[in-house]
Design a protein around this ligand. Structure first.
Ligand code: G4P
Length: 526
């Protein structure tokens, strides 16, 4: 029997993030193939909502079904237990992705070699940086023509604002792609463009050995030698502790579609990526090896079946051992609860589990007790931090269109907000409810779900807002004065915190200048 420390040490819980189309789904699938979690390619469905399908409800329903199945994919690889947490592909659900990133211990970023760092990747990296999450970069699609690898490294460094260190290096690309030199393992990996074949690699410690010419020809051999020399000159030695602090990203090159460079990535990943780390709660830091169980809800998935308003709350285990049928405290409402059918996610199946360890995700069937950010413990009063809301990008007034269904509408809005679908602000001046989202698609989802799950009808009315800022001040009088002066633009969020709704960047800047005693925050946790 493994001890709890051994169980913790072997766990690697991470997310793969990328701009849509860079190859996240393809890479996930290849990793699952290595872990034996699936046996054929094509088994992992892309959880993308195609850009054209914004109003295609069948697509969204299908999507929601798929994303429960692929929300967490656990598998064993050698001595390691790996949990991949899936993130929604569509950028309108970015908030979901931010929250998932609070439950991982590290991240793999996939970048398209031709497109380089794209918008979505940049944003997600900001969240990783806030939390010092260690990241590894996989530069994908080397089988196509892409940017010069040195230029790409410069771009990664500048755009992601992190030090980089290549641990593998491509030998040509596109039609002339011959493979990569694995700097980390000192081996030469030659490319065979056939899918699903794990490429053999040759140990090659001495790059000056003339055998290199035999493998890749003299032009590519001398280019590789000079590239490696340059790398050694320009980039510092790879240092695992810099990576673990989130200051340095090792970079790998390959082609997910051709299964090339993926095993090298995985082998290095399991060695260097962190096992579950201590987690900060309001009260104290919680260490994974502590005896008592604790965990937090980072995602809630509602069932599409309107007859059973059941959800699955996804809990990340932070410390101790989670046990089926044990009594755990739901800290927010102070009640003890038992879970008779917690779900584990191995491969792509869900099954009931008896126990789970730090780093694992358990799915708890729920009928509305949980909201995002809730803490569960063996009895201690703990509140895990780190699930901030970000200022939404789009705002609309939500209006009831069926006065007979006001109760249903309010209940629906409350529950959808608890699930984290969007953010609710109540304007203190006129009492109207404002919903803030990251993208248009969320408004459509809310309207659809209110109707189908709660029987409530609503319409949207425009409001022109730029940002929602959470405000505070050490000076109570200054705060009151600000709220009085800006009373038309003051709102409360769901937790009753003060929020200033700025209608333009100019207004916000003016407010910051005119009220130096007020602190303006763009996330709800500060
Ligand atoms: P995503 O989850 O990040 O959005 O990307 P996904 O894996 O769905 O990949 C996006 C497209 O890029 C897919 O093509 C996929 O086959 C392709 N792709 C992934 N890795 C590589 C690679 O290493 N080389 C090349 N050349 N292409 C790659 P698609 O045509 O959009 O979809 P499909 O019909 O092939 O599934």
């Amino acid at each position: 029997m493994a001890t709890i420390t051994e169980e913790i040490q072997k766990r690697r819980t991470f997310a793969i993030i990328s701009h849509p189309d860079a190859g996240k789904t393809t890479l996930t699938e290849k990793l699952l193939l290595f872990g034996g979690a699936i046996h054929v390619a094509g088994a992992v469905k892309s959880n993308k909502i195609k850009k054209t399908a914004t109003s295609d409800w069948m697509e969204i329903e299908k999507q929601r079904g798929i994303s429960v199945a692929t929300s967490v994919m656990g598998f064993n690889y050698g001595d390691y237990k790996i949990n991949i947490l899936d993130t929604p592909g569509h950028q309108d659900f970015a908030e979901d992705t931010y929250r998932t990133l609070t439950a991982v211990d590290s991240v793999i970023i996939v970048v398209d070699a031709a497109k380089g760092v794209e918008m979505q990747t940049r944003k997600l990296m900001e969240v990783c940086r806030m939390r010092n999450t260690p990241v590894i970069v996989f530069v994908n699609k080397l089988d196509r023509e892409g940017q010069d690898p040195f230029d790409l490294l410069d771009e990664l460094e500048a755009e992601l604002k992190i030090g980089v260190r290549p641990l593998s290096w491509p030998i040509n690309m596109g039609q002339r792609f011959k493979g990569v030199y694995n700097i980390y393992e000192e081996s030469l990996n030659l490319y065979t463009p056939s899918k699903q074949v794990v490429t053999e690699s040759v140990e090659f410690k001495d790059i000056d050995n003339p055998e290199l010419e035999k493998y890749i020809g003299s032009d590519d051999a001398s280019k590789l030698r000079s590239d490696l020399e340059l790398i050694a000159g320009v980039y510092p030695e790879f240092n695992v502790s810099d990576y673990l602090k989130g200051n340095l990203a090792p970079v790998f090159f390959g082609s997910a579609l051709n299964n090339f460079g993926v095993k090298e990535l995985l082998d290095c990943f399991v060695k260097i990526a962190p096992s579950p780390r201590p987690v900060q709660a309001v009260e104290r830091i919680v260490k994974p090896e502590e005896e008592n169980f604790s965990g937090f809800v980072f995602k809630i998935h509602a069932n599409m079946d309107p007859n059973h308003r059941s959800c699955i709350a996804f809990v990340k285990v932070c410390s101790g051992k989670f046990e089926r049928n044990a009594n755990y405290k739901h800290v927010r409402n102070g009640k003890f609860m038992k879970f008779s059918s917690p779900t584990a996610f191995m491969a792509q199946r869900k099954s009931t589990v008896d126990e789970a360890y730090p780093g694992d995700i358990v799915g708890l069937p729920d009928t509305g007790n949980f909201k995002i950010g809730d803490t569960l413990t063996a009895g201690e009063e703990l509140h895990f931090k780190g699930l901030p809301s970000f200022s939404p990008e789009m705002f609309k007034y939500i209006e009831n269109t069926d006065p007979m269904k006001t109760k249903q509408l309010n209940k629906g809005i409350d529950q959808l907000m608890d699930e984290g679908v969007a953010q609710l602000f109540v304007n203190q001046f006129n009492g109207r409810k404002i919903i803030g989202t990251v993208g248009q698609l969320q408004f459509e989802v809310i309207q659809y779900r209110l109707l189908h799950e709660y029987g409530a009808q609503c319409k949207w009315e425009p409001i022109s807002l730029y940002k929602a800022c959470w405000i505070e001040s050490d000076d109570a009088e200054a705060l009151e004065n600000f709220k009085k002066r800006k009373y038309q633009f003051m709102a409360k969020d769901k937790e009753d915190r003060d929020v200033f709704l700025a209608d333009s960047n100019y207004v916000l800047q003016m407010a910051q200048t005119d009220f130096p005693k007020i602190k303006f925050h763009f996330t709800s946790e500060f």
